[in-house]
Design a protein around this ligand. Sequence first.
Ligand code: NAI
Length: 471
Amino acid sequence: MENKKYDLVVLGAGPGGYVAAIRASQLGLKTAIVEKRKTLGGTCLNVGCIPTKALLDSTEKYYKIREKMAVHGIQISEAEVDVKKLADRKNKIVSEVCQGVEFLMKKNKIDVYTGTGKILEKGRVEVSLAENLPEKTVLNCDNIIIATGSVPIDIPILPIDGKTIITSDHAVDLKEVPERLAIIGAGVIGLELGSVYARLGAEVTVIEMLPRLFMPVDKQIAAFMQRSLEAQGFKFHFNQKLISCEKNNNELKLISETKDGTKNEIAADCALVAVGRKPYIENSGIEDIGVKLNERGRIIVNEETYETDAKGVYAIGDVIEGLMLAHKAEEEGIAVAEVIAKKPAHVNYAAIPSVVYTSPEIAWVGVSEEQCKEKGVEVNTGTFLFRANARAKAMEEAEGMVKVIADKKTDRLLGVFIAGPHASELIAEAAVAFEFSASSEDIARSIHAHPTLSEALKEAAMAASKWSIHS
Ligand code: NAI
C-alpha cells in the first residue's frame, strides 16, 4: 500500500472538481484528483452537456436543411442523415474535450488517480480499483473536496434496462432512432434529448406531472416554448402521474393518470426517464466521518465556506443544494479552493444563468414575474419580439421574445428571460448586468451594435419603462 501526502484531494473530476483542483494548484496547494471514470470531465463532458450539444447541433443542421432552406432560395432535393457518423462526430468531440482536461491537469501539476475514492477518515482518502496503481493507495491530505456529482433519478415502475427504458446516459449513446419515444419529465433533459430524437424522425410524447414546461421559467416564455415544440412534433401530456408500464414484445404501454383519476395510455418503443438527478455519494465514506445530508439527500455545507460538518471536508456542485449546473459547480470549485487557500471567496447565486438548448433556445437569469408576485414585489415588465429585430429577420430566425423584469421602485433588474436565436449567448449580457446590480435603464441606455440580436434585449429593457422604439 502506497501513502502520499497532499494539501488537497478532490473526489470527482467533473466541472466542479477539476476546476477546484486547478484553482487550488494556482494558489500553491499540492493537489490530487481522484476519478473513477477512465476519462476526466465528469457527467458534463462524458455523457451530459457536451455530447448532448454535439447531437443537438448536428440534428439542428439536418432539420434546417430539410425545413428551413427553401425560404433562402436554396433547393436541397434530398437530405439524409447517417446516424453512425453523427454519433462518431459526437464521440470525437467528447474524447477531445476530455483530453483537454487531462492536459490541464498535467499543466497544473495535479496528480490524477483513476479509481474509486473513499474517505477513510478526515485527511485520509483510499483509492481502489485504480488502473494506474498496483493496489489500494491511501492519500493523506489536509483538505478534501467532495465533487462526485449526480446520477439520474429512477422510477421503480420503469426499471432501466438501457434498451427500451433508458436514462440520458443511454440516450446520448445514440445507436438507433426509435419510432416512438416516450419521455417522462418535461424538464431540461427531456426537451433537449427529445429535440435530438424528434429531428431524427422519432415521434416524441412527453408525460409531465406538473401543469406546464419548466416551472422556473416565466409563464409567458414557457407557453411560447410549448407552442414552438408542438409545431416541431412534440406531444405533451401535462398533469399526468405515471402509474404503470407494461412491456409486450418490446412495445411499452405507459399508463398515466390525472388528479381526477382520468387514465391515459401511450404506446412507445422506448421510454426516456428524465425526472431529475440525485447526488452521487454512495460508497464515498462520508456517512462515517460526520458529513450530514439534508432532507433532499444533498450534503449540508456552510454557505460561505462549503465546509461540511466534518472539519477539512468540503462539498460543491450537484452533491450540495442548488441548481445542478456545470457552471454553478465551476464557480463553487473556484470559491472553495480560494477558501482553503485562505483567500476571500464568493459565489453570486442570483446571477447564475440557465439555458435550455432547444430550438429556439431558452435562457434566463433571475426570477420570473410570477415569482416576484408571490414575494409581493411590484415589477415593471418589458417584452420585445424577435420578429421586430432586423438581424433575426435577416437570419430567418425571428421566432421568440425577450422579457425583462425590473423592480417597480428601483428599476433594478430582477429577471431576464429569452426564448430565441442564440439565447444561450445573449444571456451573458444579462448575467453581467446582474453581477453589477444593473437597472433596466442601464441596459436600455447601453449602445448595442446594429443590426444584432442583442438589440432585442435593449428594446425589452426600454419597453420595461414604456419607451421601446421598435415596437
Ligand atoms: P428537471 O428537474 O429539469 O426536470 C424533471 C421534470 O420531470 C420536472 O418537470 C418534473 O416535474 C418531472 N417529473 C418528476 N417526476 C415525474 C414523474 N414521476 N412523472 C412525470 N413527470 C415527472 O430534471 P432533468 O431534465 O432530468 O435534468 C436533471 C438536471 O440536469 C437538472 O437539474 C438540469 O438543470 C440539469 N441539466 C441541465 C442542462 C442544461 O443546463 N442545459 C442540460 C441537462 C440537464
